[in-house]
Design a protein around this ligand. Structure first.
Ligand SMILES: Cc1cc2nc3c(=O)[nH]c(=O)nc-3n(C[C@H](O)[C@H](O)[C@H](O)COP(=O)(O)OP(=O)(O)OC[C@H]3O[C@@H](n4cnc5c(N)ncnc54)[C@H](O)[C@@H]3O)c2cc1C
Length: 283
């Protein structure tokens, strides 16, 4: 099955792209989470969304949900790890599953956490962003998982089936539900060290010997998600029709630049959706 448009991200940008593509009868798939967007959900009060003054994030999210439900748009709850431009279509990987689409709209938001020292240097040499993808490389080894959300707990449980030791370092305060053999360390990662490969994770209070460190964040950097994307000031470079440098690939929302705001994201989602439709129609 090849979709017309794959939308990666279920925040205001992705959902706005989805409703506009659906209105134009395109065959779409939307990847994201059942909460739609943690950044929408967390807003205590929103005063700048036109027509909805004083709404809180939860109400806004419920309104988004009602809107997509009324149009029969479903969220496919999968984290996309890689997207490859294959020429005529895109290959979209969610762990072992592969989806195909003629166009892609990237609406994954931005990750505000800065990489720690050594994180980028050791990427692919013991540092990764998808524990379930790379778990087989760590059979009988020691792995640290730095989790920024609850999804990271599932990744830690999965790695724990193969690895000798798994350390879980939660970067949030909520309750943790994780296999009991996993050692939970409540501390702040500072640096990754090693020679050619990772051998140590330095935390504020202690250091642990590890062979691998995974950072499970809400979103990963766009050029790790899709090789070859042109960036500008840390965002995906787009033109006014939200086109990226890769034909058939569009980007919208926080990921395409500041200001980080709902209505800017929804507006750009609309433009990206319509541009993808026009790209398909020309084909
Ligand atoms: C506490 C708080 C309060 C705020 N208050 C306001 C306000 O009052 N007014 C305002 O205008 N803005 C506000 N903002 C900013 C606003 O939340 C963002 O600008 C907006 O949510 C960006 O929308 P987006 O669709 O680009 O990305 P997001 O809302 O971040 O959505 C991105 C989505 O992509 C998903 N995703 C990421 N990577 C992947 C992947 N690899 N595979 C599948 N899915 C993926 C994420 O899970 C998420 O669902 C606030 C933000 C916060 C944190």
């Amino acid at each position: 099955m090849r979709y017309d448009i794959a939308i990666v991200g279920s925040g205001p940008a992705g959902l706005s792209a989805a409703i506009n593509a659906k209105i134009r009868n395109k065959n779409i798939i939307v990847f994201g989470s059942k909460d739609l967007s943690s950044k929408v959900l967390k807003a205590p009060k929103v005063n700048n969304y036109l027509g909805l003054p004083g709404i809180d994030g939860k109400q806004l999210k419920d309104n988004f949900k009602k809107h997509i439900d009324s149009m029969g748009i479903e969220i496919t709850e999968k984290k996309i790890n890689n997207i490859y431009a294959m020429g005529e279509y895109f290959s979209i990987m969610a762990n072992e599953e592969i989806f195909e689409a003629t166009t892609v709209i990237l609406a994954t938001g931005v990750e505000f956490t800065k990489p720690i020292k050594g994180e980028e240097e050791f990427l692919g040499k013991g540092v990764g962003y998808c524990a379930t993808c790379d778990a087989p490389l760590y059979r009988d080894k020691k792995v640290a998982i730095v989790g920024y959300n609850h999804e990271a707990e599932e990744e830690a449980n999965y790695v724990n089936e193969l690895a000798e030791t798994v350390y879980y370092i939660p970067m949030y305060k909520d309750e943790i539900s994780i296999d009991k053999e996993i050692e939970v360390i409540k501390d702040r990662p500072i640096e990754i060290q090693g020679e050619n490969l990772v051998d140590k994770l330095v935390l504020k209070e202690l250091s642990i010997d590890v062979d691998g460190v995974f950072f499970i964040k809400d979103s990963i950097s766009p050029n790790h998600l899709m090789p070859g994307l042109e960036m500008e000031d840390g965002h995906i470079k787009v033109d006014r029709s939200m086109k990226t440098n890769i034909p058939g690939c569009f980007a919208a929302g926080d990921i395409s630049g500041k200001p980080y705001q709902y209505i800017k994201s929804s507006g750009e989602g609309l433009v990206a959706g319509l541009s993808a439709v026009s790209y398909l129609d020309k084909k």
